[in-house]
Design a protein around this ligand. Structure first.
Ligand code: PLP
Length: 388
């Protein structure tokens, strides 16, 4: 084990390896962690400190994710009690190799805004956005040493932290540790999986699966945390395994009152070409109602902003399965998978429109600010319903 007095050698990943950056609240008496030391409890186990602490007192530690780090009492593990975000980063043009390579994180503002919204819903204290940006940059810099021109997945995770820590255990508003950084926080940078491109090009066979809740429940029952990106994704993953067991690639959840909701890891989009009074053809792009308890997608938001600029008509549901059957194209979109066309719904072929798929991919690639379509807007937006 490295002596605490000797600085650890910086972690250099090999090609295809991932990098983790822990955000560790300052252990000092005036530190914001309340003197708990390393956020993971493994603070002197290795890794390399990267730069000095930010204004919030959060230090970064870059390490090999294969090293043990999370305490077995961490409530992110024991209860799925935490939040996360999955962003992507692309090598910038002309980036060199090693430490000269650089990356651009896509839609970082939207992801950080959504992380803050999720953490607020779970009442998990979060380091400021500036610390997450620093951590992502440090992770990408280390990642670049082994993977100079590889697209990266950048996952941000915040858990409630170990049981029994201030603010941990049975946390209620107003309890000990409120406002201090008592959680466990890290950023994991990994290569994008090659398999995703093939699935995107092939198109997706999708099953409609009942989520068992009505579309008004999210507003009536905020404690269910619907529409937040919490770590409790076991049901979403089970739905994907169920789909695979039926020969399908993916899932669109429906509500008990028959509305379309979302995929387990994606947002649903559908489009129709509509004749206009002047003889031209317009395009309507519609996504399910956000207020029905779905996660507001950052990909959907930026695509909508670009489509709006291109003069498309936009709409936020409510949508039903029959709307997908009548559409000219249906897609599942997400930050990692991008725009994937749906070819089959419950075993039946549906219309595809490769030209629209290309246009949507182009819109996503613009990385526009989402404006009113950002994840901070949980309403349907001012645009209203255009289908129906
Ligand atoms: N809906 C759910 C449930 C998700 O988990 C995700 C992403 O993982 C999305 C939608 C798509 O969100 P984004 O476009 O921000 O990646």
């Amino acid at each position: 084990m490295t002596e605490p007095s000797q600085p650890a050698a910086p972690f250099v990943p090999g090609p295809g390896d991932s990098v983790v950056v822990y955000l560790e609240p300052d252990a000092g008496p005036s530190g914001s962690a309340g003197g708990t030391g390393s956020a993971t409890g493994f603070g002197d186990a290795g890794g390399s400190a990267s730069g000095s602490a930010g204004d919030s007192g959060v230090r970064l530690r870059v390490d090999d994710p294969r090293r043990p780090a999370i305490l077995v009492t961490d409530q992110g593990l024991t209860r799925g009690d935490g939040v996360f975000e999955t962003m992507t980063a692309v090598p910038t043009k002309g980036s060199g190799s090693g430490s000269e390579a650089s990356f651009r994180v896509r839609k970082e503002d939207s992801h950080l805004a959504r992380l803050a919204t999720s953490a607020e819903a779970l009442e998990i204290p979060l380091p400021p956005a500036a610390d997450w940006r620093r951590a992502a940059a440090a992770g990408l810099e280390a990642f670049a040493a082994g993977n100079p021109s590889v697209n990266a997945v950048v996952k941000l995770v915040a858990t409630r932290g170990p049981e029994g820590a201030p603010g941990g255990g049975h946390y209620v508003r107003g309890g000990a540790g409120v406002g201090s950084l008592t959680g466990t926080y890290w950023v994991l940078v990994s290569p994008v999986s090659e398999g995703l491109t093939a699935a995107r090009e092939r198109g997706l066979k999708v099953l409609l699966l009942d989520r068992g809740v009505d579309s008004g429940l999210a507003e009536r029952a905020p404690w269910l945390l619907m529409g937040t990106k919490s770590l409790s994704y076991a049901v979403n993953m089970a739905a994907l395994r169920y789909a695979a067991s039926q020969g399908a690639d993916d899932v669109i959840f429906t509500s008990s009152d028959g509305q379309l909701l979302e995929g387990p890891t994606s947002t649903v989009l559908m489009a129709r070409r509509v004749p206009q009074p002047d003889g031209s053809t317009g395009i309507e792009l519609v996504t399910p109602l956000r207020s029905s308890g779905i996660l507001p997608g950052t990909s959907q938001g930026t695509i909508f902003a670009a489509a709006q600029a291109a003069g498309w008509q936009l709409g936020y549901g409510p949508l039903e399965p029959s709307d997908l059957v009548d559409a000219d194209g249906v897609w599942l979109v997400s930050s990692v998978r991008l725009v994937a066309p749906v070819t089959h719904l419950d075993g039946a072929k549906i219309s595809q429109d490769p030209e629209l798929t290309e246009l949507l991919n182009g819109f996503l690639a613009e990385d526009r600010e989402p404006g009113e379509h950002g994840p901070w807007n949980h309403d349907s937006g001012p645009i209203g319903r255009v289908v129906g």
